[in-house]
Design a protein around this ligand. Structure first.
Ligand SMILES: *[C@@H]1O[C@H](CO)[C@@H](O)[C@H](O)[C@H]1NC(C)=O
Ligand SMILES: *[C@@H]1O[C@H](CO)[C@@H](O)[C@H](O)[C@H]1NC(C)=O
Ligand SMILES: *[C@@H]1O[C@H](CO)[C@@H](O)[C@H](O)[C@H]1NC(C)=O
Ligand SMILES: *[C@@H]1O[C@H](CO)[C@@H](O)[C@H](O)[C@H]1NC(C)=O
Length: 498
């Protein structure tokens, strides 16, 4: 498999041969070729060469430093990658229903399309412009993003190109890596509105920002959070360790409360001698964890309670998918921000809704209800996890990206062109000598798409009929209201009894 892949993707490259036989080369040459060799080895053969194997290579940093010193070596993008996608499996299936929100997110441009002028307006806050022309990717960088958000986002899109070679249409888009949406709906209404199309990781009901999967699906290097594919495996293993019935019958949350008032407010719900809110809250100290090698933050080990709380932070929170994959019933604190998949999930089916303005009473009731109705609570937990584990597996994340970009490109009113000064980006370049720090390299290696997909992307479902969408949203709102009514009745009778 690996060999075929090598041949398929990069067969017959001179550079690879040069690298393989470079051991006797002169020192100066060695620096450069070592780097090339390392990068190529990582990219083509996983880490199976003993020379570069992690055990032997005590410190990845050393190896990367060599790369930096070898600056004269300029990584080139290969020219012999496959440019067409030839799947052998022609079975087709419809994508999960949350893909319908792609149509909703692009609706503001459905009538009049997207002009170059609109794109220009989106540049104001964008970190980069992404251009795809003839299956190749180019980037015009405007500003630095927080941490490695931009690098891993680009990495993810590159993997999409590898999964479905030649299948993405030409396009130009603006991407903003900050947290909060910035394109206010109320400023761009009416027949002459021309909102800037701006991609980011989340939006809210008052904004027109286009929602795209966040970087963490390929790894969050700074917090040691591995690529989603690997974490999902860990969590599935973790789920097997403690059966639902044997889990702690409390609500659990661990995170950084200081990013938002609503989270600080949650601290009050922690169990004390005076008040048992059925809730356990732990503070994640990222700095301490970082110093201790993150040995207490393994997400696979955090599926030990029957109930897990999700609460948004400064905006949406990356933690959502890890929490919801645990087979525990998610207690979902009402949130303002949405990522790309949560809109497909339904209260009482996939999670239990929690009030935002009276969290402790709401949590106490939820846990007590769950412990009174264990089968129902368990099945809500499992339905939520099934959604996350299946509808949100990496394949579907790529499918979502594919359809979003494909539908977006259909709206462009101009011919995408490679901007002057933009650089071509390929895995070789992102992984190459400018990558500093062990996690980055490791996560890229782990999340790399090794072979093109054997099948076509799933089929995108049609847009919601307006009435059907209203009905869907109405059903969700009713479920939340139902829980609030139960909650109020419970507390009324409890207070009367006192
Ligand atoms: C919450 O309570 C638990 C159990 O008493 C304790 O271990 C934990 O440190 C508390 N969390 C905070 C944030 O005080
Ligand atoms: C984590 O590492 C720190 C420092 O290396 C050590 O003191 C601590 O006991 C470790 N904790 C666990 C749970 O392994
Ligand atoms: C939750 O409450 C906080 C503080 O009262 C408020 O700022 C926030 O907008 C609320 N979120 C939602 C979703 O209502
Ligand atoms: C759980 O069951 C107990 C005992 O039957 C009852 O008193 C309590 O109200 C129930 N609580 C909920 C939330 O259903």
């Amino acid at each position: 498999m690996k060999k075929t892949y090598l041949k398929h993707f990069y067969g017959g490259s001179n550079q690879q041969k040069l690298c393989m036989f470079s051991k006797k080369a002169k020192v100066t040459c060695l620096v450069a070729t070592f780097c090339a060799f390392a990068v190529w080895t990582y990219i083509f053969a996983g880490v199976s060469f003993p020379f570069i194997h992690k055990d032997r290579l005590q410190n990845q940093e050393d190896f990367l430093l060599k790369c930096i010193q070898g600056k004269s070596f300029k990584q080139k993008c290969p020219r012999d990658n496959p440019t067409t996608h030839n799947p052998t499996n022609l079975n087709n299936h419809v994508c999960p229903s949350y893909f319908r929100w792609i149509h909703e997110d692009l609706k503001p441009w459905r009538e009049k399309g997207i002009t170059r002028n609109m794109l220009k307006k989106a540049k104001k806050t964008a970190h980069f412009k992404l251009v795809i022309v003839d299956g190749k990717m180019y980037v015009e960088k405007y500003r630095k993003s927080i941490q490695t958000r931009d690098v891993f986002t680009l990495w993810g899109i590159l993997q999409l190109l590898r999964l479905y070679p030649g299948k993405l249409p030409d396009l130009e888009l603006m991407f903003d890596c900050e947290d909060k949406p910035v394109v206010p709906l109320d400023k761009f209404q009416g027949p002459n509105a021309s909102p800037p199309p701006l991609f980011r990781y989340c939006s809210d009901q008052w904004s027109l920002d286009i929602v795209f999967p966040d970087w963490s699906f390929w790894g969050w290097a700074e917090t040691n959070i591995k690529p989603w594919n690997n974490i999902l495996k860990d969590i599935k293993e973790g789920n097997k360790k403690t059966k639902w019935k044997d889990r702690v019958p409390y609500a659990y949350w661990k995170g950084n409360p200081y990013v938002a008032p609503t989270r600080q407010n949650l601290l009050q719900c922690n169990v004390t001698l005076e008040n048992d809110w059925n809730t356990l809250i732990y503070i994640q100290d990222w700095i301490q964890e970082s110093n201790q090698g993150f040995n207490k933050s393994n997400l696979g080990d955090q599926c030990t309670h029957r109930y897990k709380i999700y609460i948004e932070g400064w905006a949406w929170s990356v933690s959502e998918k890890y929490i919801m994959a645990c087979d525990s019933m998610t207690l979902y604190v009402k949130s303002n921000y949405h990522d790309f998949f949560i809109r497909g999930m339904v209260p009482l089916q996939h999670y239990w809704p929690i009030r935002n303005n009276s969290k402790c009473t709401s949590l106490k009731f939820a846990v007590e209800w769950g412990n009174n109705h264990t089968h129902k609570a368990q099945s809500i937990g499992e339905a939520g996890s099934k959604f996350i584990q299946e509808d949100l597996d990496m394949k579907n994340v790529y499918n979502y990206m594919f359809h979003l970009l494909n539908e977006y490109a259909k709206l462009l009113k101009f011919k995408p062109t490679i901007p002057r000064g933009a650089v071509e980006i390929c895995p070789e370049k992102l992984m190459a000598c400018d990558v500093i720090g062990g996690n980055k390299m490791r996560f890229m290696e782990e999340s790399m798409v090794k072979v093109p997909s054997d099948s076509n992307p799933c089929t995108i479902p049609p847009p919601y009929e307006p009435l059907a969408l209203e009905e869907f949203l109405g059903r969700k709102a009713n479920s939340v209201m139902q829980v609030e009514i139960w909650e109020d009745e419970y507390w009324q009778s409890k207070n009367k009894g006192q």
